[in-house]
Design a protein around this ligand. Structure first.
Ligand SMILES: [Zn+2]
Length: 334
């Protein structure tokens, strides 16, 4: 990828990436290397149906194209379970008009261009893969928040699985006992039931019960506790908060160890809302170390010692970039 000071590429093909979320839809017109040349966003409830989103995206793209540039393809990144035989969403939260619609056919019909539909987690993984200059190496991008998602770029291509569920690391079992924590999905022992944001908050509240109220920072005594409050308290030296964060890292590292033994990726990246300050904060760096230690101690030496675990770089533009890159790949194939 290039920054604003780089010379414009001689290639005049442009690709529209659309990243559909439950609250916001993002649009980005990208180069062949995935650099976003212009971007826009709109609340999802203003454009509730796929057709309206695509038309809006086309208008945005044509208004943004330079005189010599051509719109060459469109990629659509969507959340939820994507059936890749019909390119329709089987399960998705907050997008009632998007389920069971043939999204690829609608996209091609509306645009008359080469198009692609991709799971948003895989789109983000592909964007990070490109940013790091990887080629055939495999990369997993794990998104930490209320849920724990994972996008996979295997050999430079997204992997969805036959039922759209490949990389659903949040529902990977890390505790097989009959009284293991109950997950949102109804099963027990899944990673999300230990390391999803609500589970982290629950574990923290439980741990703080054994302390005197005057030992606990005021910010942690509120009922609506958030992992960010834990990060701040840990950063301020409140050890019990740091212990919860380190324990979260251990759970995550164990799950990454399982993932590592199955697909042996070169790079695993952590992103999303719950990174405890990320690389910029000592708590974030401690968290990353806990993840690495747990991964290394549960995998073959060849896997653990060679896997890079790091924070993701692209943030909330990764979906748009990845969608455009998938459109570009599709254009090369056809
Ligand atoms: Zn689950």
């Amino acid at each position: 990828m290039t920054d604003a000071s780089s010379p414009p590429p001689t290639d005049t093909n442009r690709y529209l990436g659309i990243d559909v979320g439950g609250t916001t839809i993002k649009f980005g017109l990208c180069d062949s290397d995935g650099t976003i040349r212009s971007k826009a966003s709109t609340p999802t409830d203003v454009l509730p149906e796929p057709e309206a989103v695509i038309r809006h995206g086309m208008e945005f793209a044509h208004a943004s194209l330079g005189a010599s540039e051509t719109l060459t393809g469109i990629g659509l990144a969507v959340p939820g379970v994507l059936d890749t035989s019909t390119w329709s969403l089987k399960e998705v939260v907050n997008l009632p008009h998007w389920t069971n619609r043939p999204l690829l056919a609608i996209l091609e019909e509306e645009s008359q261009l080469p198009c692609a539909v991709v799971n948003d987690a895989n789109a983000a993984a592909l964007a990070e893969h490109q940013l790091r200059g990887l080629t055939d190496e495999s990369l997993a991008l794990i998104t930490l928040g209320t849920g724990i998602g994972c996008g996979l770029a295997i050999g430079g291509r997204g992997l969805s699985g036959d039922h759209g569920c490949a990389g659903e690391i949040g529902h990977l079992a890390i505790n097989f006992s009959t009284d293991a924590n109950l997950c949102n999905c109804g099963r027990r022992g899944h990673l999300e039931a230990y390391a999803g944001a609500p589970a982290v908050v629950e574990r923290a509240k439980k741990a703080f019960e054994s302390l005197n109220a005057n030992e606990i920072p005021d910010t942690l005594l509120q009922s609506e506790l958030d992992p960010r409050d834990l990060s701040r308290a840990a950063e301020d030296g409140f050890k019990p908060a740091l212990e919860i964060i380190m324990e979260t890292g251990t759970y995550l590292g164990q799950a990454i160890g399982i993932l590592g033994q199955v697909i042996d990726p070169a790079v695993v990246l952590l992103g999303g809302a719950m990174t405890f300050g990320g690389e910029a904060k000592s708590t974030g760096r401690d968290f990353l170390n806990a993840v690495k230690q747990a991964m290394v101690s549960t995998t073959l030496q060849q896997v653990g010692s060679q896997m890079t675990i790091d924070y993701a770089s692209l943030g909330n533009t990764a979906g748009v970039t990845g969608a455009a890159l998938v459109a570009l790949q599709k254009g090369h194939k056809s």
